[in-house]
Structures are given as C-alpha cells and as structure tokens.
Write a protein that binds this ligand. Sequence first.
Ligand SMILES: [Zn+2]
Length: 258
Amino acid sequence: MNEAWIRALVALPFGLGVGSFMTVAVHRLPRGESVVQPRSRCPSCGAEIGARDNFPVLSWLLLRGRCRRCGARISVEYPLVELATAGLVVLAAIRYPNPWQAVLVGGLLALMPGIALIDLRHRIIPNRLMYPSLVLFPVLIVLARFIGEAADPVRAGIGLLLYGGILFVVAAVSGGMGMGDVKLAALIGLVFGSLGLRFVGAAAAGAIALGGLGGLVALAMGRGRKSAIPFGPYLAAGAVVAGLWGEEIASWYIGRFL
Ligand SMILES: [Zn+2]
C-alpha cells in the first residue's frame, strides 16, 4: 500500500473522533453548555444516546437518521459535520508526509467546519474553542520544532501578528467584524506561519477571494450589505484552501507576479 494511504488510514479515526466532538460543540457551545457533560440525548424524547448509536456517521446511517427510541428525525447536519471534519483531517494526512505538520494542519482544519457553522448560525466564534486552541497549537509548534524539526515558532509568531493584526485593523475600522474573527485569523496565521509565511498569504488570499465572491453572490441575489454573511466562514474556507493547496497557490503567485 502507498504511504499516503497508510497515513490516511491512521488519520481517519482521529478525524472521526474530532468530528464527533465538533458536532457536540456546534450544538452546545453557543448555548453556553458543557461539551463534556452530560451525554448526548435525543432532543425529542430525551433518551440518552448509547455508545453504539453514537459512532460517527455510521450510527446515523444505520439508524437511517432517526432516534432508536422515538423515531424522531436526527438532523443530517450531524453526520455531515463529522464527515467534513474527518475528511479534512484525512486530506491533511495525505498532503503532509511529515507527521508534525499533518497534526498541525489537520488539527486546525478539523476546527473549520464547526466554526464556520457556528458563525453562520449564531454570528459568534466561541472563545471556548479559540482560547484552548491558542494555547494548544503554540505548544504543538514548539514540540514540532524541537522534536520533529518541522515547524518554525518565530514565523508562527509573525504569522499570528500579521493575520490577526490585519483583521484587528479591519475590525476596528469597519465595525462589521468581531474579535472572534481576529482570534480566528490569529490562530490561522500562527499555524500556517509555522510552516512558512507563504501559507498565511494563501489563507488570506483564499479568504478575500471567496469573501468577494460571496459578497457578489449576495448582491446578485438582492440581499443588501447589511444581511451579508459573517466573515468567519470565509476565514475558515481560506484556511482549508491554504492547508490543501497553499504550496501551489504560493508558487503560482510568486512565479506570476514576483
Ligand atoms: Zn428520541
């Protein structure tokens, strides 16, 4: 078997595990509830969801999207968030042969579908995801530097200040952007900066291009600027673009314009 496929197989259970956590986060964090306790319950009948019915994606398929006890529909959003999260972790593992870099990029991308969904729905990016991440990823980057020689903490710091700083200025000037966006950009800048600042550039370019496209679509559909969708999902999409195609985008850009 090809090495990339072995990496994908190793990454898959982690991706599904994080995906399962993120579905819980999507539903509980905006309400201020704990992501640890209590166990998940059916929103209709209150039945606790047992371990065998709580397996990512598969349980939903086996139960055909219904509660085992009362038969109430379980939103397709649960398996979709799990699938998207796991898919990004697996793609990162395929893309980055270095395990440290795969963990850094996979870990960051795993947060993106859930964060985008929470921001779309509630217009917030929960601090309870951002603060632990802004502690955990620097630790990972330092470990990656000194054990794996696979990350650059100084560039990570520059990336954080650059991307976070730009968003901070935009937020201060426009007022249309929140501190959640600033923290998310800082985190994205931190992780991609540790791989090389060209990845931060690719993430920013992706966010701006997709954001512009989204704005045009919203205008074309007759939605005013006031109802424009939040910028967090574009930051998240830009991170996905940079994580999966950052190297290609950077070399294309540098070859063409510099
Ligand atoms: Zn039920």
